[in-house]
Design a protein around this ligand. Structure first.
Ligand code: FAD
Ligand code: SIN
Length: 551
């Protein structure tokens, strides 16, 4: 596909707007389209608007549209994957509104792959039906972003501010009134007012040394919401994708689960097929089980990777079905139709995030969140594959509607707008050795708060992270330093929550605790700033609430 050309910066300074949308992935774009029907929208992104996880999504989007499927089955599969920690009502919204959001996307021009004139529904792990729609084989996110971006650009009420990094949310008397923004080109900082702010800043995979996420996934939205006083929920639940390319010279490029859905097999370095020893569904077992099985095989064979094998499949089919994966691997001199592909797990998706209700409302009036930055409760302890693109569409639209209703009530309009000085207390600092801190943090998280954790690894990680948190407490003036600050704060929240949860559930695996050692395992972890800052102790840091055990 042709890349969409860069959107020009139309204003040297803040254009007037009713709504700020921070982030231009699937969730932000869908929210902006909704908001544009009700007022003027300013769409802010750091870097280029196409640089998001959404653009790289491969496998597809899960939706109950096939003849063999219905929303009740999609609901059951999602709840099962979430290990009792999904919010039933949020999952219901996702699966029931999903089909309309996809039909709407198709009406706007999305072209999902078909076979014989009918949509081709693929199978992925832990789905009991074939329900994954895809585009151009393995370029689903790219197609969805293309269509949403084009639709958004048709709306005259949406203005674009690319290369603008949001530093802080402007919260006055517990109401969100706008945001403090850095112009990445000039270094200017200014406050943008709004009647409501919609956070759609995506995930935080970059806090791990190995991640499928793009470099922009530094958890900024979670960190700024946390600093503003919002509640973060279920931060211990980080999904590790089982199969990312493992080559010393390449970033961990994702090898879609759909490859296993089409018959791809996993072999250890001795060439043995091992997945049946771990789960009856073999290579199509739930993602957390496959990732840990790979981890065990790597440990048992003292290897840094296992292999994904598609050499038994028809080469022409592989090239047609996975064109991006085929050509990317070829660039690294691996012809996947002839050779086994070295793979290992990588951090992939944040189930936790800024706590929202089913309308996208956070614990701060005027602040809404949607997509990967949010924790709406649809994923629980483990996300069902391909549910997040759908989540971005469904909850992006819902958050847009709720933000409109909030703005109409005019709840925050009489409150004063804080100045830059109010929001950035103290002189701007520069992080000594920011790159070194970033790299040390990523290695610490990978080693101690990764796929397999223990109480002692988490105690040592939280101690180091609180030392780093003190080192990044002041305001900074560059995107590089601000991202490292955000990464430290988000990493600390993940590690604290992981330490608090003393049982293994879903993607949170504690080698020192079995599934049921702790009664009340269906609780959600919650973390908010005051308790962390004042250091009131771990258990008071985290408040909990029973999760849904339906399904
Ligand atoms: P994103 O798409 O990540 O967008 C975040 C936006 O926020 C970006 O525009 C970014 O620039 C902006 N931003 C961040 N911080 C700031 C800041 N401080 N100031 C201003 N702007 C900021 N899910 C599926 O359902 N199906 C799949 O097949 C699939 N495949 C995947 C493949 C890969 C390689 C990856 C990484 C993820 C995949 N996922 C998939 C997960 C899914 O893509 C993401 O969860 C989803 O796209 C997140 O969308 P989002 O809109 O919430 O955030
Ligand atoms: C993949 O294609 O394996 C990614 C799907 C997802 O993360 O939902």
């Amino acid at each position: 596909m042709k890349r969409i050309e860069a959107i020009p910066l139309r204003h040297a300074r803040a254009p007037e707007a009713d709504f700020l949308v921070i982030g231009s992935g699937v969730a932000g774009l869908r929210a902006a389209i909704e908001l544009s029907r009700h007022g003027r929208v300013l769409m802010l992104t750091k870097g280029h608007p196409l640089e998001s996880s959404s653009s790289y999504a491969q496998g597809g989007v899960a939706v109950a549209l096939s003849e063999e499927d219905d929303v009740a089955i999609h609901l059951t599969d999602t709840l099962k994957a979430g290990h009792g920690l999904c919010r039933h009502e949020a999952v219901q919204v996702l699966v029931e509104e999903g089909p309309d959001r996809i039909q709407e996307l198709i009406a706007w021009g999305a072209r999902f792959d078909k076979i014989g004139g009918k949509f081709a529904f693929a199978r992925e792990a832990a789905h009991s039906r074939s329900r994954i729609l895809r585009a151009r084989g393995d370029a689903t996110g790219n197609e969805m972003v293309r269509v949403l971006m084009a639709q958004a650009r048709r709306q005259k009420t949406i203005q674009w501010l690319p290369h603008h990094f949001t530093i802080e949310l402007a919260v006055v008397e517990r109401v969100c009134r706008g945001a403090l923004v850095l112009d990445e080109v000039t270094g200017d900082r200014f406050v943008l007012p709004a009647s409501a702010v919609l956070l759609a800043t995506g995930g935080a995979g970059q806090v791990y040394a190995r991640t499928t996420n793009p470099p922009s996934a530094t958890g900024d939205g979670m960190a700024m919401a946390f600093r503003a006083g919002a509640i973060l929920e279920d931060m211990e639940f980080v999904q590790f994708h089982p199969t990312a390319l493992y080559l010393p010279s390449s970033p961990p490029f994702l090898l879609s689960e759909a490859i296993r859905g089409e018959g791809g097999q996993l072999r250890n370095i001795k060439g043995e097929l091992f997945m049946r020893r771990y789960h009856p569904a073999g290579a199509l077992a739930p993602r957390d089980i496959v990732a840990r099985a790979i981890w065990s095989e790597m440990a048992a064979t003292r290897s840094r990777h296992v292999y994904l094998d598609v050499t038994h499949l028809d080469p022409a089919f592989i090239k047609r079905r996975f064109p991006t994966i085929y050509s990317t691997c070829l660039r690294y001199d691996i012809d996947i139709t002839e050779e086994w592909i070295p793979v290992s797990p990588s951090a992939h998706y944040m189930m936790g995030g800024v706590k929202t209700d089913t309308t996208g409302a956070t614990s701060i009036p005027g602040l809404f969140a949607a997509g990967e930055v949010a924790c709406s409760g649809v994923h629980g302890a483990n996300r069902l594959a391909s549910n997040s693109l759908l989540e971005g569409l469904v909850f992006g639209a819902r958050a847009g509607l709720a933000a409109t209703a909030f703005a109409r009530r005019g709840a925050g309009s009489s409150l004063p707008l804080p100045s830059v000085r109010d929001l950035d207390e103290g002189p701007l600092g520069t992080l000594e050795d920011a790159d070194k801190l970033r790299s040390s943090l990523r290695r610490l998280m990978w080693g101690k708060v990764g796929l397999v954790r223990t109480g002692s690894s988490l105690v040592s990680a939280t101690a180091q992270l609180s030392r780093w948190a003190r080192a990044v407490a002041q305001p900074f003036g560059t995107r590089r330093d601000l991202e490292v600050k955000n990464m430290v704060q988000v990493a600390r929240c993940i590690a604290e929550a992981a330490l608090w949860r003393e049982n293994s559930v879903g993607a949170h695996y504690r080698a020192d605790a079995s599934e049921l050692t702790r009664s009340g395992w269906s609780q959600h972890s919650r973390i908010e700033q005051e308790t962390l800052v004042t250091g009131l102790g771990r258990l008071r840091t985290l408040r909990a609430e029973a999760g849904s055990r339906k399904g």
